[in-house]
Design a protein around this ligand. Structure first.
Ligand code: HEC
Length: 116
């Protein structure tokens, strides 16, 4: 096999590997999808404009605290329609309330170590 033929093979293998990676499919591992619900689309639009979704998904807040959080984000520039305001807080409080288990990150290497 000529050298150039070999590089073509290497290149196509690399391309296949790359297109199978989450980066290529547009699914960023650090910004997982917000859960389905009536406010999912609006939350994605209003709340992942400045930061990834994970910062939201890691929270464990009751609805009162979510209300404060959302109002703070609005003060900081989040665009939330007044008609969606309460439903959005409901959606966040239902999905990311205090009784939820800890957020599990999608680690690729390091394993979570047991608390001693
Ligand atoms: C105008 C930009 C902007 C928008 C839009 C925005 N945020 Fe934020 N958000 C920030 C910034 C800046 C921080 C602070 C990031 C940091 O501390 O690293 C933050 C942090 C957070 C945090 C972490 C806790 C905290 O208060 O620092 C949560 C939860 C959060 N945002 C939720 C939301 C939600 C829910 C929405 C949609 C209603 C939203 N954000 C929309 C700018 C924004």
């Amino acid at each position: 096999m000529s050298l150039s033929g070999f590089s073509v093979v290497v290149l196509s293998v690399a391309l296949v590997a790359f297109s199978a990676s989450p980066l290529f499919s547009g699914e960023s591992p650090s910004s997982p999808d917000l859960p389905p619900g009536p406010m999912q689309a609006k939350a994605i639009t209003a709340c992942t404009e400045c930061h990834e979704s994970r910062i939201i998904m890691q929270q464990r807040l009751n609805k009162q605290s979510w209300a404060k959080e959302v109002d703070k984000m609005i003060r900081w520039g989040a665009v939330v329609d007044a008609n969606d305001h309460d439903a959005l807080i409901d959606y966040l409080g239902t999905n990311f309330g205090p009784d939820r288990p800890d957020y599990e990150t999608s680690r690729t290497s390091r394993k979570k170590t047991k608390k001693q």
